[in-house]
Design a protein around this ligand. Sequence first.
Ligand code: TYD
Length: 201
Amino acid sequence: MSGRGWLIVFEGIDGTGKSTQCKEMEVYLNKIGIPVSRFREPTDGVWGQKIRKILTVGRGDVTREEELSWFIEDRREDVENNITPSLSANKVVLLDRYYYSTAAYQGALGLDPDSILRENENFAPVPDRAYIFTAPPEECLARIESSRGSHSSFEKLEYLKQVQKIFDSFQGTNIKRIKSSGAIEDIHTQLCEDVHQLIES
Ligand code: TYD
């Protein structure tokens, strides 16, 4: 029988440390011999490249609806090329950002978060676990600015506060909120315990 694998996504506003935790989880699962794949969205595909361009140079005359459609197209490709094949191979799939980010970030631009979630769930598998990393947006912004020396248009404080508010509103038994103000190792340990429970249940 072909497997179903596990889809575990890492979500939250910029600067919460989710990418670090996602990478550490990959290292850990590899070390203990559990087959794992790690991906990130936006991807490095054609849609992802278009998105990253507006992230660095600004949206210009690209409308928020158009931008939303790029995120969706990028995700369709990711699901088809990366996520579904890895799940079918019975792997643990770790994903740095997924459709909760679209609902929160594009929702914070004024689009409807619920309909964004629904549109995504029509084609994208629902994650077995979604870790939503939370930290005060002020702290996150300070972290981003000190590590990069600058910030993009996506990283303005008021916007991030709104994004955080939408992340806070998501409900579901698959969602776990992770306070990201603790030590990296402590959060990693907490996540490892949860992942073991998930994949051994
Ligand atoms: P991020 O993972 O922070 O990339 P980087 O590794 O370059 O820091 O993602 C880039 C930005 O894209 C981030 O600010 C959130 C935004 N984003 C959306 O607005 N909608 C989405 O659906 C996704 C996946 C990301």
